[in-house]
Design a protein around this ligand. Structure first.
Ligand code: SF4
Length: 258
């Protein structure tokens, strides 16, 4: 076959493109690895500990100038091998989340990270709001065990907020009564506070005898128990613990240990 100089360059060029595409097709892992390296290439890396729970998974915190640019699990951590739970993944803040807000529906919305309130798996969520309203809730794509998917209950979370059937009044059944009465939410809060107060006044144990019969201060309340939920976040857990301890409550348990 005779080949002009021009044909030769045309065919050589096509072959080159084919080889390049083929090389990329080989596996995206290499491409991803290269992108990862670039993102944190100029950053300083510091080791730290996730602040959320008592497991204390080790973090690698990448910073450039005064900004934290990335937070990841430390691959040398024996019990995680570098993986983080949804709360640990959300430590970085909203940068990754904002990057995910690409569709038109949520373009003008503010995005907040949250945790699905249904079960103890605690899948991470992206909660989008406009004004005073939540307009969308989706799975967080950085969640290692879901990669942004939610189960049917999690996917329906928005209905907890935007739902005409949502109860706005408390239902109260008086002692001995056979019927429920509707009460305003404020009445319910006052009633709970009053019962807490009365129970503490009645049952608070200030002093008791120890084994040797010596009178000691115990400041204990055994008539109220507190059971936390896996859906309570770090700050809420802190406040609840302080509140319980201030009351003298000793039966203080968490759902995650049940
Ligand atoms: S999305 Fe489903 S699995 Fe995840 S926390 Fe919510 S209810 Fe549990």
């Amino acid at each position: 076959m005779s080949l002009s100089r021009r044909d030769f360059f045309k065919r050589a060029g096509s072959a080159g493109v084919g080889v390049a595409v083929g090389a990329a097709t080989l596996g995206l892992e290499r491409v991803e690895a290269a992108a990862t390296t670039l993102k944190i290439k100029e950053a300083k890396v510091h080791t730290s500990v996730c602040p959320y729970c008592s497991v204390g998974c080790t973090h690698l915190v990448y910073s450039t100038g005064n900004s934290i640019t990335d937070i990841r699990g430390h691959p040398d951590t024996p019990h995680t091998l570098g993986k983080l739970c949804p709360k640990g993944v959300a430590t970085l803040g909203l940068e990754r989340v904002e990057a995910a807000a690409t569709t038109l529906r949520i373009k003008e919305a503010k995005v907040h990270t949250g945790v699905c309130p249904y079960c103890s798996v605690g899948c991470n969520q992206l909660v989008y709001s406009k004004g005073d309203s939540i307009i969308d809730i989706e799975g967080h794509p950085d969640t290692p065990h879901t990669l942004g998917k939610l189960c049917p209950k999690g996917a329906a979370t928005i209905q907890l907020s935007n739902n005409p059937l949502r109860p706005t009044k408390a239902l109260y059944r008086a002692p001995g009564s056979e019927k429920w009465e509707e009460k305003p939410i404020e009445w319910m809060y006052d009633e709970i506070a009053k019962r807490y107060y009365d129970t503490r006044e009645k049952y608070f144990i200030e002093r008791e005898k120890d084994k040797e019969g010596k009178d000691v201060v115990v400041n204990r309340l055994e008539a109220i128990a507190s059971l936390g939920s896996a859906c309570i976040d770090n700050e809420e857990c802190y406040l609840l613990t302080k509140f319980n301890r201030a009351f003298g409550i000793v039966y203080h348990e968490h759902q995650a240990r049940v």
